[in-house]
Design a protein. Sequence first.
Length: 75
Amino acid sequence: MTDRFLDASGLRCPMPLLKTKLELNSMTEGQELEVVATDAGSARDIPAYLGMSSHCLISQSEHHGEYRFVIKCGG
């Protein structure tokens, strides 16, 4: 169970990434965010951003064009 959920379904690049960043900025260290997106660019953009940030990608999956990420908020 995550602390927050972000539904970015139907949004086109770069909106899923921007909304993910905004949500993480409003969270405290250690909280978890689940993101669902349908834009294929999210599968590349979100992990790339997390790799350059203090946040940690816990899991990533894709099922029938739906991309799901669980992210732990860093400090």
